[in-house]
Ligand binder design. Sequence first.
Ligand SMILES: C[S@@+](CC[C@H](N)C(=O)[O-])C[C@H]1O[C@@H](n2cnc3c(N)ncnc32)[C@H](O)[C@@H]1O
Length: 246
Amino acid sequence: MSTVSMTKPDYGIDAPKVLRNFFVFGTLALVLALVLPKTLHLGPVALKTHPTFGWIAGCCLVEGFLYLLYVKVGKFGHRDFILGMHRWRGDEQVLDVGCGRGLLLAGAAKKLATGHATGIDIWSNEDMGGNSEAATLHNLELEDVVSRCTLVSQGAQAMPFADASFDVVVSNLCLHNLYDRPTRKKALLEIVRVLKPGGVAAISDYKLTGEYAEAFAKAGLNVERKWGSILTTFPPLLVVIARKPE
Ligand SMILES: C[S@@+](CC[C@H](N)C(=O)[O-])C[C@H]1O[C@@H](n2cnc3c(N)ncnc32)[C@H](O)[C@@H]1O
């Protein structure tokens, strides 16, 4: 079924193959724990199969369920946590870097009266299930914010925006997908460049946040970090909040 035809916004499954692998390997390990003899003799090594595969199964399946909980429930609370880093006036220009299917973009647009929200993405289906500009546009229509939003199909490392264009830049689980450090640095410096003096960037990720904080601090921004809820974000997500001096 095409997600574009759905009538409720669908913000998709982040990195769907990761979720699939938790359940595939968890189930496989569970089956091995149940069917293999209690001890396997592998040359000189005697492997206690039940506890070994039982633990692997338990870890994979628990992680899979926690990940599913984030995807289906936790991401909405985390969106509100990120957007809560700024006191909204309603006239802001907002940029969502790696907007995916529009989770933060639509959330930010709902806080605007005269402002505008822009989402930039390359629509990777590895990083987000059912990712496309059309799917995101459909979500924005369903959220009734399409007139306040623009979508831009481009990489975060080369943004087509003028210097000092945005009051608020947000991003969730995007920048770690830029696999090499120089490209990530370009994206981080692009965020600094497009942020207005006095503006704030709130960049959330599950890893590399130290690198983001360091790049922002080196660029002269005032940086702090805040953990999202450890109950409903999995993997645990840290938000780097960087304010550009006036
Ligand atoms: C895990 S998804 C998160 C989407 C959204 N921020 C959310 O929280 O629902 C990561 C997103 O980053 C996007 N992305 C990956 N590399 C990118 C790049 N170089 N520039 C812009 N977006 C990118 C992917 O296409 C995907 O939509």
